[in-house]
Design a protein around this ligand. Structure first.
Ligand code: FE2
Length: 341
């Protein structure tokens, strides 16, 4: 009888322990290189709606990938969020991520903005455009990225260094579309037309443009929005003096890139992480991304912000985004060969 009683007590204990376990706080741990208030606000909203706690570690993407690699099976991270598909591709190559399956994400994100092997999904889209000085450049003189290598643009082009992954992905897209030789010619031609040795970020290129150091600058679209909505009046004035031009509309389209996310291979909270991705690609979150950070939504049910709409619609460069990662090493090599600092 005593024995039976102790078995019953043991069983009751077990049930209560397991019961407690299922009531444990659900969470998602994110490694991200995005440092925008928008993102945190979205994570807070997700927590409010689902009760799932979101913990965020922010650092440079290379550092995060190294950390994830070093942590191996012991990692706490469930999700990597990063700008530029090149980095998501790299994470896949390093075997740090795992494929996910979600009908909701498939419905929210068009196929060309997801990995064919389901290793990542885009969260936002940005275009790499040509901005120009409104007071001295006639947009009718602009056409393609390639045309910026013509002699008429000598000493007039501003762009950041080749160490930046946005430029690496741009050149990788040319390698994918036109082959290595033509891509190299473009990089060489652009270096020959630079207004100055590359320095600073995309915003700095537009500031230099307005200061008269050059006449055109290659930048990502959302930085124009950031200038125009800056709390710094000087930045607002810079934003007001530049125009946005979508290159290659008559040829293969304007280069786009993404911010996106991937599930870590060893994350313990994959289910919650997928739930978060479903939320982030859903209409509500996509609206917030679009309006607060001036990025293009990936969800086609959501319209871009009025600012982005004012730039106009454009034809998007039509290549498999994974190729931007695949040709990254080659792009870096070409940049070194032509002396793009
Ligand atoms: Fe950026």
């Amino acid at each position: 009888m005593k024995k039976i009683l102790s078995i019953i007590i043991l069983a009751v204990l077990l049930v209560s322990v397991v019961g407690c376990g299922s009531e444990e706080e659900k969470m998602v741990n994110i490694y991200t290189d995005r440092h925008y208030d928008t993102d945190q606000a979205l994570y807070d909203k997700f927590t409010e709606e689902t009760g799932i706690v979101v913990n965020v570690v922010t650092a440079g993407s290379d550092e995060l990938l190294e950390r994830l690699s070093a942590e191996g099976e012991d990692t706490e991270a469930d999700l990597i969020v990063t700008s530029d598909v090149g980095r998501l591709y790299r994470a896949g190559k390093m075997d740090l991520t795992k494929a996910f399956d979600s009908n909701t994400i498939e419905a929210n994100v068009p196929e060309h903005l997801r990995a064919t092997d389901n290793l990542w999904t885009a969260l936002t889209v940005r275009a790499r455009v040509i901005t120009y000085a409104l007071d001295r450049v006639d947009p009718n003189t602009l056409s393609t990225y390639e045309a910026l290598t013509e002699p008429e643009w000598e000493g007039r082009v501003l762009v950041r260094s080749s160490g930046n992954i946005y430029n690496q992905s741009l050149l990788a897209s040319f390698i994918a579309l036109n082959g290595e030789e033509e891509a190299k010619e473009w990089a060489q031609g652009l270096v020959a037309n630079l207004a100055r040795t590359p320095k600073g970020n995309d915003r700095d290129q537009m500031k230099a443009l307005v200061a008269g150091e050059g006449d055109v600058a290659i930048v990502n679209t959302y930085y124009v929005g950031k200038l125009l909505n800056s709390s710094d009046e000087v930045e607002v004035q810079v934003g007001e003096q530049i125009g946005v031009f979508f290159p290659n509309q008559g040829t293969n389209g304007t280069h786009i890139n993404i911010s996106g996310a991937a599930l870590t291979k060893y994350g313990a909270n994959s289910e919650a992480a997928i739930e978060l991705l479903e939320f982030l690609t859903g209409e509500e979150a996509q609206n917030d991304y679009a309006s607060a950070n001036y990025e293009y939504p990936v969800n086609e049910a959501v319209e871009p912000s009025d600012l982005l709409k004012s730039f106009g619609e454009f034809k998007v460069q039509n290549i498999d985004l994974s190729l931007l990662g695949e040709y990254n090493d080659e792009a870096v090599k070409l940049f070194n060969e032509v002396g793009w600092q």
